[in-house]
Design a protein around this ligand. Structure first.
Ligand code: GCB
Length: 604
């Protein structure tokens, strides 16, 4: 159980939150000497650096762009004299690990680059004065970090990140930073779960708080009218004639929690919630009891110049493009995204498969390609496994704690393409799934994305999944350019899954071809826009032949940056949109297909 609060910052009569986004100071620390030399008391030779953003793509030299090792951020902030209670600094994330100092004093350490870092500055910050925050960050990869990778050290001592995954190792303070003032005895966390009773909904809630002040909970509709209220740290609200959160037709209520009584409560927290249920029954995924066919994308947080830095503007464009295609779902491949993505999905009625950064769990820098050729090693029999497992479970716990109340999040993905065929893998993932299942108050489906070697008769982990997610590239990595052969192989595998009679839904969480927007050719060749279209047509035929296939999330929403290599042309080009978010030809094919499919509540 996390002992600190991951609640998203809000402003009200009991709480103040100010962002510290802007231009920070920044310095590389290639020899890791900073802490010993007192850099936490002031950086000796800093440059300026925008926050939030990845640092890489601002630079004009390779050495700086590809920097791997320790690096520091620093800024100053004022804490008003009248701030009572606690003073917190909340980073949306720091990639991949960090030590946070306030006025030269270490406050906290955090491992993992895609979930919040909360530093309690209550004892360290000067009120009525200016304070300094210093962050010693590090972006090295290892076989016990999530995501997994390695570091290569060149003869001159320069380190290079060697990801075991197919996206650039963007790093830095990539999400907003908030300075938060909240009461000493505060609302720490809350969770909601729902059951439907005819036209009514029951909202089961629990509130975690510091101290034992009385709790009052109210539910307000979109017009701000109170529709239900209850007293106590846990209880049930009955909402008569509830308006449900529906796929692509969202309705949000406001949950208002107060601590203490009377006119001036000790604390107050409000959040937008959506009433909906999630269930896997037989081969169907049910939202509010009705089957939904998932269609949409595997995505990345990735854009020109910003790297993985969160931008409301880019996110807005992405949602508009996704809506234009008729999509209803995306997977946060391959890490939990900035919380603002989930807030927007809640409003837009998008479904999210929320993924922990467990990617690269196969010992190969090009695992996604080598795997297709049948090359892989047993990843889970090495001495790093206990540390990796502890880290994996900790990040699952933080992800579920952070995202559990979003109506958009309907499933958790606990891995992407690990080695799954050994007894070691089975033992490892059994432990991860057991830990995860104990954490979600809504008991949402748990899954993970399986690559080609996780074949029907070899995989020892699909049994853990409530629905089975397949990443398949028949017609690209397998039998590329030979679509007839690819289709035959694809059907042969699907027939094997069908023969197992698993009676669970299958979702394709990846399929796609690298495609350059400049290339056209008749007849088609691989990399041309025409080939991307023909490949999709073949895939759609296969999907439509198996009624247990309940979703298709194409790889990828947009072209994205990766490490360099002979497999990549300045990044992965499997986007349906370019990196600048303009459609490739195939986007129109998706739009035609997806708009013709029922959105939700009907069978395909
Ligand atoms: C995969 C990986 C994804 C890669 C993709 C590809 O299987 O999950 O991260 O980007 O293949 O394009 O090769």
């Amino acid at each position: 159980m996390l002992n600190h609060s991951l609640l998203y910052p809000v402003n009200n009569r009991c709480r103040t939150a100010r962002t510290l986004d802007g231009l920070w100071k920044f310095q590389f620390d290639p020899t890791g000497c900073g802490a010993a030399q007192g850099w936490q008391k002031g950086l000796p030779d800093p440059i300026s650096m925008p926050v939030p953003a990845s640092f890489s793509d601002f630079f004009t030299t390779r050495a700086e762009r590809d920097y791997c090792g320790d690096f520091w951020y620093e800024t100053e902030f004022f804490v008003p004299a009248d701030w009572q209670g606690r003073v917190l600094l909340r980073f949306g994330s720091i990639t991949h690990r960090a030590v946070v100092y306030c006025n030269g004093v270490e406050i906290t350490r955090h491992e993992g680059g895609f979930l919040p870092v909360v530093a309690d500055l209550t004892g360290a910050a000067v009120r009525g004065g200016v304070n300094r925050v210093s962050v010693q960050a590090n972006n090295e990869l290892s076989e016990s970090s999530l995501p997994c990778g390695a570091v290569k050290t060149l003869p001159n001592g320069t380190k290079l990140a060697k990801p075991y995954f197919d996206f650039y190792n963007y790093s830095g303070i990539q999400r907003s930073v908030w300075l938060v003032n909240c009461p000493a005895q505060a609302i720490e966390d809350y969770s909601v779960d729902y059951t439907l009773e005819g036209a009514d909904a029951l909202v089961h809630y629990t509130v975690r708080r510091g101290g034992d002040l009385p709790v009052r909970v109210r539910l307000l509709d979109a017009e701000g009218r109170e529709v239900a209220a209850a007293e106590g740290a846990e209880g049930t609200l009955r909402v008569a004639d509830a308006r449900l959160w529906q796929v692509r037709n969202a309705y949000l209520y406001t949950l208002a929690i107060t601590l203490g009584s009377g006119e001036s409560p000790a604390d107050e927290y409000t959040a937008r919630v959506g009433i909906r249920t999630v269930e896997v029954r037989g081969t169907k995924i049910l939202i509010n009891g009705a089957p939904v066919y998932l269609r949409g994308f595997g995505k990345h947080e990735d854009f020109d110049v910003l790297g993985r830095g969160f931008s409301w503007a880019v996110a807005k464009r992405d949602f508009e493009c996704m809506k234009w295609t008729g999509a209803n779902c995306f997977r946060t491949s391959h890490y939990p995204y900035a919380e603002e993505w989930y807030q927007m999905a809640d409003e837009e009625g998008f479904l999210i498969i929320d993924e922990v950064p467990a990617v690269g769990m196969m010992r190969s820098t090009h695992n996604f390609a080598d795997a297709g050729m049948g090359k892989y090693t047993y990843f889970f029999e090495t001495p790093t496994v206990p540390a990796l497992l502890a880290n994996h479970i900790a990040q699952v716990e933080e992800m579920i704690a952070r995202d559990k109340n979003h109506p958009s999040v309907f499933a958790w993905s606990l891995f992407n393409e690990p080695e799954t065929t050994s007894e070691y893998a089975q033992k490892y993932f059994t432990a991860v799934f057991e830990a995860a299942r104990a954490l979600d108050p809504q008991h949402r489906p748990m899954t993970g994305a399986l690559e080609k070697n996780s074949a029907p008769n070899k995989c020892r982990c699909y049994q853990l999944c409530d629905f089975i997610c397949l990443n398949r590239y028949y017609g690209w990595y397998i039998s590329g350019a030979e679509l007839e052969e690819a289709e035959a192989k694809f059907r042969a595998e699907m027939d094997q899954w069908a023969a197992k009679n698993l009676n669970v839904p299958f979702v394709f969480t990846e399929f796609g071809t690298d495609t350059l927007p400049t290339e056209h050719k008749l007849p088609s060749v691989m990399w041309s826009q025409e080939y991307q279209d023909e490949y999709m047509a073949m895939n759609f035929k296969v999907f439509d032949s198996y009624d247990f296939v309940q979703g298709e999330l194409v790889w990828n929403f947009a072209d994205f940056q990766t490490s360099e290599g002979i497999m990549r042309v300045n990044g992965n080009k499997k986007g349906i949109f370019t990196r600048q978010r303009q459609p490739k030809d195939v986007a129109f094919t998706f739009k035609r297909r997806w708009e013709a499919l029922p959105l939700a509540g009907e069978e395909k």
